[in-house]
Design a protein around this ligand. Structure first.
Ligand SMILES: Cc1cc2nc3c(=O)[nH]c(=O)nc-3n(C[C@H](O)[C@H](O)[C@H](O)COP(=O)(O)OP(=O)(O)OC[C@H]3O[C@@H](n4cnc5c(N)ncnc54)[C@H](O)[C@@H]3O)c2cc1C
Length: 478
């Protein structure tokens, strides 16, 4: 039985809210030519126990967790900030820490990180409201992306700068070392295992050797190059494969805009219709962490590849142009946007999907029945109240055959339907924490990641505040 997926916060998003790329667009013809690069010796920059490549939600959680386990840990990030899409991508709406009963099921690193943010940096419902079906509360928070299916959830929208700073300080406080402006270019692989990474920087090509490498690039940059099997099939009905560059408008009056939307729905629909007639790709504004800033996380573009440099460029150009066109239309027709200005286009392009690891285990549609996986590393809220919480197995981070590497975050092992929610930020914090602990244990136990003692992993995660479906006793009996 497959019901239409309900991506991005349980709010049904129909095909009309994704926009297909123009199949006839001009593409650079492949040259078919090869340029030979002379073999060369690469300076070894460092050795460590755990190397995490990619400083997004999964990478920061992995680095903090590995360092707290006592591993000598290095976190490498290509940009000048941490947080990945949740900061540089302006994906500042943290979609969903609680299940449909209001229980916080994404805990551990994620909880500590959010609790660390200063008061003014978080816009979300108070804990007392989590899980309530009170109609007025649900309507209020639905307009602020913290209520779905008539239920209020812990899905705050946060200040990206506060999240960047919190991530940086948590990583440094954990004892992990940080490398910004370092692009993990290719894995060092010997005898079927990843031994570290060659990276590019202003200092040229250098290498880091590690006991265990965590690929937290989001796109499987390292595991794919190391020859691990992966999937890249998508569900075209779902937005989980779309790309776009998000942006912020400043100088807005969101409470006025939201009142207009609530009190004059016909006028609002007419405004959207006019926008689509004028520019076809037209999207709605989201509430942000403050009332004078509006967030746009669309229009969502489909038909582009996240591992094709020409496509990435095309999406950036189109999104930037759409930002300017939206400004004109919102200023003209949306109450509260009369004085809006271009505040920021996201430094990181919004990629929802590129590759998904083929792991020794996976989360698939069949697992949405409440079963508890024996190697559970955490629990994900389900897509909608009609499904129980979903148990996430350690095996979904472990490549089928490749050793020396773990792959948490949005490229973990799952089917397209499950990717729809497992790619979300809370789930990436959760799988990242698990990958960090497991990588540290693999090095300290002197075993391959696939041979890590799962009971020891679960015990360490519990000690780190992670939430599980069942008590330790019930877990080991599962
Ligand atoms: C437009 C959009 C809207 C979304 N909306 C929501 C939402 O509302 N709520 C929600 O919870 N989730 C949402 N998501 C999903 C969510 O943001 C991501 O799936 C999540 O951030 C993935 O975390 P990650 O750590 O796996 O990867 P990423 O966040 O992509 O982080 C990867 C990091 O690795 C770095 N990196 C990549 N390659 C390399 C390399 N080779 N070397 C060094 N560094 C590298 C990147 O610079 C980045 O910092 C949305 C995603 C998009 C694109």
């Amino acid at each position: 039985m497959s019901s239409p997926p309900e991506p991005e916060g349980g709010r049904l998003i129909f095909r009309s809210e994704t926009f297909a790329a123009d199949p006839g667009r001009a593409r650079r013809a492949p040259t078919g030519e090869i340029v030979t690069e002379a073999a060369r010796n690469i300076p070894l920059h460092a050795r460590c126990d755990v190397l995490v490549v990619g400083g997004g939600p999964s990478g920061i959680a992995a680095a903090v967790a590995a360092a707290r386990q006592g591993a000598h840990t290095i976190l490498m990030e290509r940009h000048n900030h941490l947080g990945g899409l949740s900061t540089g991508g302006l994906v500042i709406w943290i979609d969903r820490m609680t299940d449909w009963t209001g229980q916080r099921v994404i805990r551990g690193f994620a909880e500590e990180f959010l609790d660390r943010l200063p008061a003014g940096a978080v816009n979300g419902p108070a804990p007392a409201l989590w899980g309530t079906r009170d109609a007025a509360s649900a309507a209020w928070w639905a307009a602020r992306t913290s209520a779905f299916h008539g239920i209020v959830t812990h899905s705050p929208t946060c200040d990206p700068e506060a999240m960047k700073l919190a991530a940086q300080e948590m990583v440094l406080e954990s004892g992990a070392e940080l490398l910004f402006h370092a692009w993990g270019a290719s894995p060092v692989v010997t005898e079927g295992a990843v031994r570290g990474v060659f990276f590019e920087s202003k200092q040229g090509r250098r290498a880091i050797l590690a006991g265990c490498t965590v690929d937290a690039t989001g796109d499987g940059d390292l595991f794919a190059q190391a020859g691990a099997s992966f999937n890249d099939d998508i569900d075209a009905r779902d937005i989980h494969h779309c790309m776009n560059t998000s942006w912020l408008f400043g100088g807005v009056n969101m409470p006025r805009y939201q009142r207009w939307r609530a009190e004059e729905p016909a006028a609002f629909s007419a405004f959207l219709q006019r926008g689509r007639e004028r520019i076809r790709l037209f999207d709605k504004a989201f509430a942000s962490w403050r009332d004078d800033v509006a967030l746009f996380m669309g229009p969502r573009l489909s038909g582009y590849s996240a591992v094709d440099v020409e496509d990435l460029t095309a999406v950036e150009i189109q999104s930037h142009r759409l930002m300017v066109e939206h400004l004109a239309l919102y200023r003209e027709g949306a109450p509260g946007f009369e004085n809006a200005f271009l505040m920021l286009s996201a430094p990181q392009l919004g990629v929802r999907h590129a590759r998904r690891l083929k792991g020794v285990a996976a989360v698939t549609r069949g697992d949405w029945d409440g079963r508890v996986r024996p190697d559970e590393i955490g629990v994900s809220p389900s897509l909608s109240p009609k499904f129980p919480n979903v148990s996430v197995p350690y095996g979904a981070l472990v490549p089928e055959r490749l050793d020396g590497l773990l792959a948490p975050g949005r490229h973990m092992s799952c089917d397209p339907n499950s990717h729809s929610f497992l790619r979300e930020i809370p789930q990436c914090w959760m799988t990242g924490q698990a990958a960090g602990v497991a990588a540290a244990l693999a090095v300290s136990q002197g075993v391959a990641p696939r041979a890590v003692d799962v009971a020891a992993l679960q015990a360490a995660l519990r000690a780190g505040g992670a939430h599980f479906s069942a008590s330790p006793a019930a877990q080991s009996a599962a």
